[in-house]
Design a protein around this ligand. Structure first.
Ligand code: CA
Length: 226
């Protein structure tokens, strides 16, 4: 899913330039040349980042900033203010009102795209659960080190878990026994190839109905495929 950047700016040249660079940076851009249209848009949409010009034809950028923060749906949205050089005081006020960053005109579009990415990183959801989902209802939780099949916990040994995690990290990729052993024991490996086969056999037994997702490529290794 592409992240959405709402661009509120009344200077067409800047809008055009930023749209090009933001699109190139992998963002979807919604542009507004006045404050009213943007605030209307916010009633039904929540962008990921707002780039907000301070000097707009209708509503003051600072007022918009305040309103964005006041809405429940957008209180946490990242805001980057665009200011002209002479607007030093307003610039500071903008930060007090809860803007995350500001850029002074004229600016490099590349730098602005980098700022957008930076605020998004800072705004990343704090409790993002890292899980891998596999067809058939298998879920690997990389933080809790648990595996569930249709919400039922499957008890795996640490080695079995690591093998499953490795295969699932790149679905469809073939991992040789050598690679798997490397991942499990690194330089300390003093075990033979067959060890992997034994672990995989146990793992498959435990995965029940979804066991078929782990495939053996004779003479090459193993892969996980949905
Ligand atoms: Ca302006």
């Amino acid at each position: 899913m592409k992240k959405t950047v709402a661009l509120v700016e009344d200077e067409p040249d800047i809008v055009e330039l930023l749209e090009i660079h933001l699109n190139k940076g992998g963002f979807q851009v919604k542009s507004f040349n006045n404050g009213k249209n943007f605030l209307d848009y916010l009633k039904k949409n929540t962008p990921d980042v707002v780039i907000l010009d301070l000097m707009l034809p209708d509503i003051d950028g600072l007022e918009i900033c305040k309103q964005v923060r006041a809405l429940n749906s957008t209180a946490e949205v990242a805001i980057i203010m665009l200011t002209a050089k002479s607007e030093e005081v307003d610039k500071i006020l903008g930060l007090e009102l809860g803007a995350d960053d500001y850029v002074t005109k004229p600016f490099s579009p590349k730098e602005l795209v980098a700022r957008v990415k930076a605020v998004l990183r800072r705004h990343a959801p704090r409790q993002q659960t890292r899980t891998i989902q596999i067809a058939g209802g298998l879920v690997i939780d990389l933080e809790k080190y648990t595996v569930t099949l249709k919400n039922e916990r499957i008890e795996l040994t640490p080695t079995e878990f690591k093998i499953l995690e490795l295969l699932a990290s790149k679905k469809g990729w073939v991992f040789s026994r050598e690679k798997i052993l490397d991942y499990l024991w690194g330089d300390e490996k003093a075990v033979i190839d067959r060890t992997v086969d034994v672990h995989i056999r146990h793992l498959r037994e435990k995965l029940g109905a979804t066991a078929g997702c782990i495939k053996n490529l004779r003479g090459v290794g193993y892969k996980l495929e949905e």
